[in-house]
Structures are given as C-alpha cells and as structure tokens.
Design a binder for this molecule. Structure first.
Ligand code: NAD
Ligand code: WQD
Length: 338
C-alpha cells in the first residue's frame, strides 16, 4: 500500500480526495489538519462513506516541531498532497499577514519535510485566481499569471514560484501544481460536502442556504457584463472530479511520466456558465424557486473565466465524470443532510 499524507484532509477538497484515495484501494492515508477551518468529525463522515477509518493528526503545519514529529510515527510516505491553507479572498484583504504566514509558512515546512524525510512526490493546491483578469479564453497553463488582485491569490503565486525553484534545485523532489477553477458540489452519497461559514461568500453555498431558508435571498452581482445574459461566467467543477485528478497526478509522478520536476495543470470543466444560468438550473433540478435580485457588480470580480482542460486530459487521462446536474443535486443533498 502506498502511504500518502493529505494536509487539510478534514477540509472541503481534502476530505473528498481522501474518500477517492480510499475508494481506489491502493492508498493508505494520514491526514494532517489543525481543524481550525473544519472539524475532526469529517473523519467519521469519510469512514461512513468508505467503510475505512482515517487518522487525522490535529497539528498546525506552521508548528515545525509538531509537524516534523509526525514523520517519526508515519514513515514510508510516498507523497504529500498539500491542501492546508486559508482560502477566503475578502478575509485575505482584511488580514494579509495571516494569509502570508499560514499559506507560505505551511508550504515552507512541507517542502523542508520532503527533503528531511526523503518524500519524493508533492502535489500542491493552486487556484485559477493566480491568472487575474485574462484577455483570452479559455485559460491554458501558458496563460500568463496576472497581477495579484488580493493577498490570497498572491500566496498561491508565491507558493508556485517557491515550488518551481525548490524542485529545480532539488531534482529528487517531483511536484505537480493543480490550479482549481470553481470546485462545487459534494460526495454523491450526500454525506459529505463543503462546511461553509455562516456567511459564505461563494455562490453555491449561498444558493443552497437560500433554498433551505437559512438565508433570505441572493443578490446577483451585476447583469451588465459583456456575457450572454449579462452575469459573470465561471467554470464550476465537481469536487469529486477535482479529487480524482489528485490520484491521477500521484500515478503520473510515480510512473515517471512527468517531463519536468514541476508540472502544472488546470482543473476546470472546460466551459463556463453564468450566474443566472446556475440559479435557473438549480431551480429546474430541485423544483425550488430561489429568491434573487439583481445588484451591482462586486468589486474585484472578473467578467468571465473558464479553463482549457486538454492538458490534464492528455497527460493525466483526467475526464470529468460529473455534470452540472450532479453538482447541484449533490450540493443540495449535502445542505439538507447537514
Ligand atoms: P478548506 O478551508 O475547506 O480546507 C483547508 C483545511 O486546511 C482546513 O480544514 C483547515 O483547518 C486546514 N488548515 C489550514 N491551515 C492549516 C495549517 N497551518 N495546519 C494544518 N491545517 C491547516 O479549503 P478547501 O476548499 O478544501 O481548499 C483546499 C485547498 O485548495 C486550499 O489550498 C485552497 O486555497 C485551494 N483552493 C480552493 C478552492 C475552493 O474554491 N475551495 C479553489 C482553488 C484552490
Ligand atoms: C462565483 C460567481 C460572483 C456570490 C472564488 C475565489 C477564487 C477561487 C474560487 C480559491 C461570481 C457571483 C457570488 C453572490 C453572486 N477560490 N456571485 N452573488 O469569485 O469566481 O472565485 O472561488 O482559490 O480564488 O475568488 O467564486 O463563488 O465567490 O463567485 O452573483 O452572492 O458568483 O460575482 O461571478 P469566484 P464565487
């Protein structure tokens, strides 16, 4: 069995990735999550879905001593999948230094651990936010990285640069950087999903909270963009498809298929939909009428972004299994369960 360390394993994408790793049967998993932005109860949900218990080490990865001690108990780790980070754009504007400290401090410790404990493979969670406003769509891996529009996106840009340099200087380390577009939905069982804050900023948890009555209504941020219905276009992708790509990336590295020590892949569905299309599809799929109004544009929003996903298809053999219907039904099932 290949032993994989998943940092941030109790969080949204980390927990879905552990589910797919365990279902795959080839992997043993150790999660490292301080649970500052999640809950240890996620481990029970993972076990309920997979039938396999998972250990979460409740440690802050920025605490180097505590983090390094874990490797005394967990040897023979073939790879680290590093999800642990703060991820809120508005919060990063309020508390920039906390974002630089946590997101870059944890990455530095993960990189040092790879060297010190001879861990050959590392997969890093990056974000489409590194592209900023793009002049050409769809976005490929060669689209230039834009001006950072917030400290969160900047931590991902710096993180990617750190990885490129370290992997170049230490060729014994193989890195894959995955740039996620908009991960949404939950496990198709309805038993795991995003633990969104009481006042979420992201579209999908706001929609499900309005549908269930936790929130009164939703404002569409602008209908005067140059898009087919005036609202913004994004590339929403099912979280289990994102999870699956991590397993393929591990296989890719372990089978020596990488041409460089630091390879980058966009993870998007390859097409975009508008905010209004998302709202109307949700209404059709669930039969629930959403209370929405059209408001003004949200500062910092870009009109449209979606990914060209051919690179991940060709090199990793990655194909999205879930469509918009799956995204909506699983997000809604999780909201009702939760
Ligand atoms: P999440 O907040 O649900 O999970 C992150 C987990 O990391 C949390 O459980 C948190 O407790 C943990 N964590 C944070 N700092 C830690 C530290 N110093 N030590 C130990 N644990 C720590 O977030 P997510 O949506 O699962 O995102 C996972 C990764 O994917 C992040 O790196 C994020 O930036 C990136 N990403 C997310 C999205 C998205 O829309 N969800 C999009 C692009 C990229
Ligand atoms: C989606 C669309 C809004 C709320 C963010 C991060 C990005 C990445 C993915 C981490 C936009 C519209 C939203 C509402 C609305 N995360 N909207 N009313 O901004 O594309 O990307 O998540 O890496 O870094 O910035 O996602 O879900 O906030 O917004 O009309 O109440 O929904 O304007 O067009 P975004 P989002």
């Amino acid at each position: 069995m290949n032993k994989v360390m998943v940092t941030g394993g109790m969080g949204y994408i980390g927990s879905h990735t552990i589910i797919e790793l365990l279902k795959n049967g080839k992997y043993q998993v150790v999660s490292v999550d301080s649970c500052e932005r999640s809950t240890p109860e996620t481990a029970a949900r993972i076990e309920q879905i997979t039938g396999i218990p998972v250990v979460n080490e409740q440690v802050d990865i920025c605490n180097k001593k505590a983090f390094f001690e874990l490797f005394e108990r967990h040897s023979d780790i073939v790879g680290i999948i590093h999800f642990a980070a703060y991820k809120s754009v508005p919060e990063s504007v309020e508390k920039p230094l906390e974002y630089y400290r946590n997101n870059l401090g944890s990455l530095e410790n993960v990189l040092e651990a790879c060297q010190k404990f001879s861990i050959p493979n590392l997969i890093f969670s990056s974000s489409c936010s590194i592209y900023g406003e793009v002049s050409q769509l769809p976005v490929t891996e060669n689209t230039p990285v834009g001006m950072p529009f917030c400290p969160y996106a900047h931590t991902k840009q710096i993180g990617e640069e750190m990885l490129r340099f370290v992997a170049h200087i230490h060729p014994e380390l193989q890195v894959v950087i995955l740039r996620y577009f908009n991960p949404v939905g939950g496990d198709m069982s309805g038993l795991n999903g995003e633990l969104s804050p009481d006042k979420p900023n992201n579209l999908m948890p706001i929609i499900t909270q309005v549908a269930i009555g936790k929130k009164e209504g939703i404002t569409v941020f602008g209908d005067d963009y140059d898009t087919r219905d005036g609202s913004c276009i994004r590339d929403y992708i099912h979280v289990s498809d994102i999870a699956e790509a991590h397993i393929l990336a591990l296989d890719f590295l372990q089978n020596g298929k990488n041409e460089t020590n630091c390879e980058v892949f966009n993870l998007g569905s390859g097409s975009g939909i508008t905010v209004l299309e998302m709202l109307h599809t949700f209404e059709q799929e669930t039969g629930i009428k959403l209370n929405y109004t059209i408001g003004s544009r949200r500062a910092g929003d870009i009109p449209a972004i979606y990914s060209d996903s051919r690179h991940a298809q060709e090199k990793l053999g990655w194909l999205c299994k879930h469509d918009l219907k799956d995204i909506i039904t699983s997000a809604w099932a999780w909201e009702q369960h939760y």
